[in-house]
Design a protein around this ligand. Structure first.
Ligand SMILES: [Ca+2]
Ligand SMILES: [Ca+2]
Length: 133
């Protein structure tokens, strides 16, 4: 016979980690929807950009291949997208990994951080007040 207590505990653990995951997943949109948006740190910006970018990773191998990259932007111009992919894929192995994306995101952050205080205020963030696309 199964011990009800240990069963409860493992269920509780599951629910706990699911809640934690949910929290991480919703944090980005939370910040965007907040009434008084707080300044975004580089770490928050990276996490957000990564979450968005790796939605394209359909086979879940933590790499975004050229095909995945293009498929995630069906309305984009293929030539421009191809160039963009080549630009991000710094080691030209045909896929974008987290480190390659981080480099681009860090550069973007620096460009956006107009006053150079290390955080992005609402008006410095891409898209300003409207929801990120
Ligand atoms: Ca992939
Ligand atoms: Ca690469």
């Amino acid at each position: 016979m199964m011990k009800p207590l240990s069963r409860m505990r493992s269920l509780g653990l599951c629910a706990g980690s699911a809640a934690a995951l949910l929290l991480i997943a919703t944090q980005g949109s939370f910040a965007a929807n907040a009434q008084t948006p707080k300044d975004m740190t580089l770490a928050q910006f990276e996490a957000r950009q990564q979450a968005i970018f790796f939605k394209a990773d359909k086979d879940g191998n933590h790499l975004v291949s050229r095909a995945e990259f293009m498929a995630a932007r069906p309305t984009g111009d293929a030539t421009t997208l191809g160039k963009r992919f080549d630009h991000i894929d710094a080691n030209h192995d045909g896929s974008i990994d987290a480190a390659e994306l981080k480099k681009i995101v860090d550069l973007r952050f620096k460009r956006l951080d107009k006053d150079g205080n290390g955080t992005l205020s609402a008006d410095e963030r891409p898209g300003g007040k409207k929801q990120a696309q």
